[in-house]
Design a binder for this molecule. Sequence first.
Ligand code: UGA
Length: 434
Amino acid sequence: MKIAVVGTGYVGLVTGTCLAETGNTVTCVDIDQRKVQKLQSGQITIYEPGLEKLFDRNLKEERLLFTTSLADGIKDAEIIFLALPTPPGADGSADLRYVLGVADDIGKLLQDYKVIIDKSTVPVGTAEKVHAAIAANYKGEFDVVSNPEFLREGVAVDDFMKPDRVVIGTTSERAQKLLTELYAPYVRQGNPLIFMDERSAELTKYAANSFLATKISFMNEIAQLCERLGADVDMVRRGIGSDDRIGKRFLFPGIGYGGSCFPKDVQALVHSSGEADYDFKILNAVMEVNETQKRHLVSKIKAYYEGGLTGKHFALWGLAFKPNTDDIREAPALEIIDALVEAGATVTAFDPEAMNNVRGVIGDKIQYAETTYDALEGADALIIATEWNEFRTPDFDKILATLKEPVVFDGRNLFEVQHMYEKGFHYESIGRPL
Ligand code: UGA
């Protein structure tokens, strides 16, 4: 099939590349000329494990093309994906400026039947707005479909190539038929294509992310309770997760959820609920718990250093909001840095991928180490904010020898409490006994 993908951000580039990988010819459109030139010359613009190989291969085969011209990009395409940003506005609602702007342009360019697909996370009713924006300029036949993405950063290629499910919001039989064909190679293992109306598909995306955020905030509250009652959240997690109805995943307590999706989507759903005259009580609590949890590790640090943090120096492992990405949007590590610096402490950080991004945002507010262990030089304690695999089995003797004091504050529960105690560390983690 011939496909256009408008927007070459994270979702657009993963979607375009993975669609080319099964033999489609995909033209990706972006208004950013420098980015398009880079992509055309074979330089990938995002970090996502496994993507570069597919990107190189499909670029070479000329199945993956890039252009700044929307007209050229969509001319021969049967299907047009919209993968455009929907940043939160001041009131928490998703800003549809880019989506509707492109819809308007598409309306002016259409000459025959095409399916236009919303891939971005957009509020309920957006497909109708996109439809209206196109119909204002194009009187022929076309369909607008809501097909939300469920890609996790770090494993996005796998999530696209082998999805748990594909949600397709359209009641048009013509569009259903085309999308069944398009997605056939990706659901060969029997995972479902779930057809529904546009509004339900749009809400499904928000409901999925909000439910997962709820699971995390719930476990963070259980962890808080564990700390007060002398229970171990790891045990409780295993105890409840083995019940299929609850499930093992997304039960890990920590320093709060971050990233470009959960915080924004929970907030947007609360906002949409308000507009629909409904107070979504649970989600308000989910956001509040998350804010508290982001500061929880710093509260522990402050409690430990009774004399205050002025003059203390900390090593920080992990800056990205989660492992296997360089994404630092809403990263809890940044909030920890703010709190420590405000309290008079200094920080040297190490992250395998996210250092340049952090440097670009906070510059010399902190120091940046060359390696994991360099970060420990002269530090009073080690703080762990992201669970990169390379931090999981470190050389504990080297940590002991390099830190000024054997103190570790772990926001991701990477180590066994007993093991750390035996090694001689003062070790504090989340929801587990000291
Ligand atoms: C999330 C969803 O998982 C995807 O399905 C969705 O497509 C995506 O948002 C999106 O809307 O685009 P992502 O933001 O990449 O994906 O990251 P997750 O792996 O879901 O992690 C989100 C946050 O939750 C991270 O800060 C992570 O550290 C935290 N988390 C996750 C926990 O604190 N505990 C857990 O048990 C799991």
